[in-house]
Ligand binder design. Structure first.
Ligand code: ADP
Ligand code: MG
Length: 588
């Protein structure tokens, strides 16, 4: 056995484990498919009494009995098929539900650094498509068994009718197998190509629509049209090829079937003419032979589906198992506010896969009630530094101590719910305003939500929305301005009442007008709270108890505004370049 086959088998075994809870359903399905196999062979058997007793011997009893039996046989077959298919799709859907849930549960608990842009699309396709493929594996396997049983029944019947003729017929059969295998392979290859071209088309669509402004700005519509045309033409070529294989396969197989049937009729006919056999026996034989074709074809198709399911299973289990995709783990201690101190002790951190550290030897002490500002050029490491506090990332060297204990000692939920973060791009879910503000709260307390909204200067504009606090916002909901969104996230933070607050350029994406009101909302949020502020605005810096100037992942100097202006050249330059421009007269 090749390695590939061993892998497929173990994948199949693992997939089948998911179906184990449905043992009883599966047993019942087996009973049903036994019924299908028996009644299929029974139908072919009945051809003989129908012909011999009714049409040739003109037997009156047979005239009554055989049609009734025929109806009974097909009733049996129909019932069996329905029961089997229903049970199998039930099991398939249940397994689909469980796998989809397991994948989502695994992925949502992975650390932040797993969620790069490229990975999000891949993850979505796994949860939606690959899981779907897997759910069809067992039902297809059962179908193979069903068709095999049917085949056994039919083969038994043809041997019973005429062993010698059966022998000859079985010689022709392998001939019919070859095209099935050949076309199956070709079709699978076409299918794979088709999928990848579809993916090309959809990524091209996404890219050109998302980047529509760029396309237009560079007058590149014609170029994009041409590119799209080419991809689209490739897709058509592949589809045509697939069509040819598809349409060719059935006539060729039918031809082979006819060849076999011709031989059988020639031989069988001469036997009937010679009086060695009754016409009924012969036609019963022929019917069984023709009926064999269907399960044969279905088995080869089922095999394809199983192969696809296993490919899906491989991709899904890859995520479920991957050793480097570890769920985040926290400590066992509950972090209890109030906040008393946070200290970075010689912290060095590099992003995974990046050799250059983003933070080097950071030492910083933040005490209760302080307002600490981080300043520095873009890329200096300010965001990185604050992301270490809720443990979105863990530092490789040094340690971060919160209230006298390393961060790693605390459970992640207790740590994170006590840290409030307001960043540059506010994120809202497709939920009502109320649920967005109360996101993460164990229960929604209306009065508290409204109080938080008032403190965030959001109440007034919320009341003007079509349905007030019930208005759905976010992707599919009402569009809000950047400042309004930011005020909702500030309300969210106020409601959470974190003991430590992090503001990462919370107002930098806003225009001056909305910035002013958001700034007021932020002041309410910062009131009586320890805060770390990454600021681009002079007023915030001026009110800070201390300012850390960052450059290339290091803290260059630490002090108050006045101290730094005199001692730190980088700060003085930043101040001149950045803050003078942003800070209007009343800020200073
Ligand atoms: N997710 C990431 N993966 C790899 N490198 C990153 C990532 N985020 C930021 N960096 C790099 O880390 C450095 C510090 O970035 P950042 O902390 O965002 O700076 P700042 O917030 O001061 O502008 C930059 O060189 C940036 O390119
Ligand atoms: Mg930043």
């Amino acid at each position: 056995m090749t390695l590939k086959k061993v892998e497929t088998l173990s994948l199949l075994k693992r997939t089948l484990n998911y179906f184990l809870p449905y043992k009883l359903h599966i047993l019942a399905a087996f009973a049903a498919l036994g019924l299908v196999a028996l009644s299929t062979a029974g139908a072919a058997y009945l051809v003989q009494p129908a012909l011999d007793e009714i049409f040739i011997n003109k037997d009156g009893t047979a005239l009554m009995v055989v049609p009734l039996l025929l109806i009974a046989v097909f009733l049996g077959k129909g019932t069996g098929l329905f029961v089997q298919k229903f049970l199998m799709s039930y099991c398939g859907l249940k397994v689909l539900e469980r796998l989809r849930y397991e994948l989502f549960a695994k992925i949502i608990c992975l650390p932040v650094n797993f969620f790069g842009e490229t990975r999000v699309g891949m993850l979505m396709s796994r949860i939606i498509n690959d899981v779907n493929l897997i759910s069809s594996s067992l039902p297809e396997l059962i179908r193979i068994i069903q068709h095999s049983l049917t085949m056994i029944g039919l083969v038994a019947l043809i041997i019973y009718r005429d062993p010698k003729l059966a022998f000859w017929a079985c010689l022709v059969f392998p001939l019919a197998v070859y095209p099935i295998i050949y076309f199956g392979k070709k079709l699978r290859k076409v299918g794979r190509n088709y999928q990848s071209k579809i993916a090309d088309i959809s990524s091209h669509l996404q890219e050109s629509f998302n980047g529509l402004r760029v396309v237009k700005a560079f007058a590149a519509e014609d170029k994009e049209k041409e590119k799209f045309g080419q991809t689209s033409a490739k897709l058509v070529r592949i589809s045509l090829k697939g069509n040819v294989y598809n349409q060719l396969s059935s006539p060729i197989m039918e031809l082979i079937g006819a060849l076999g049937a011709g031989l059988v009729i020639w031989y069988g006919g001469s036997e009937v003419i010679a009086g060695n056999r009754t016409p009924g026996e012969f036609f019963s034989f022929l019917t069984a032979l023709v009926m064999l074709y269907d399960p044969f074809k279905s088995i080869s198709q089922a095999n394809n589906t199983i192969q696809q399911a296993m490919a899906g299973a491989e991709r899904v289990f890859e995520i479920l198992d991957a050793a480097d995709l570890q769920e985040e783990t926290g400590g066992t201690m509950q972090y209890e506010p109030p906040f008393s101190s946070l200290s970075f002790q010689n912290v060095t951190f590099s992003y995974p896969g990046v050799s250059e550290p983003a933070l080097r030897n950071i030492n910083l002490e933040i005490r209760a009630g302080e307002r600490v500002a981080l300043v520095g050029q873009s890329g200096a490491g300010k965001t990185t530094l604050v992301q270490l506090i809720p443990r979105f990332y863990d530092c490789q060297e040094g340690r971060i101590v919160l209230n006298g204990r390393p961060l790693g000692d605390y459970t992640l939920p207790s740590l994170r719910t006590n840290i409030g973060i307001v960043s540059q791009d506010p994120f809202l879910f497709n939920l009502s305003v109320r649920d967005n503000i109360a996101y993460g709260q164990p229960r929604v307390d209306l009065a508290a939500v409204e109080k938080a909204a008032r403190a965030a200067y959001a109440h007034d504009f919320i009341m003007e929305l079509p349905e007030g606090y019930d208005t759905v916002v976010g992707e599919k909901g009402v569009k809000l301005s950047g400042g309004q969104k930011q005020r909702l996230t500030i309300a969210r933070a106020i409601l959470t009442d974190p003991s430590l607050l992090i503001l990462d350029e919370a107002t930098s994406a806003l225009d001056t007008e909305s910035e002013r009101i958001v700034q007021q909302a932020l002041e309410n949020l910062m009131n009586n709270r320890t805060s770390i502020i990454i600021a681009h605005r002079l007023s915030t810096i001026l009110s800070a108890d201390k300012i850390a100037v960052m450059q290339h992942g290091r803290i260059l100097s630490l002090g108050t505004h006045q101290q730094l202006l005199q001692t730190c050249a980088v700060y003085a330059r930043l101040h001149d370049l950045q803050f003078k421009k942003n800070g209007s007269a009343q800020d200073v």
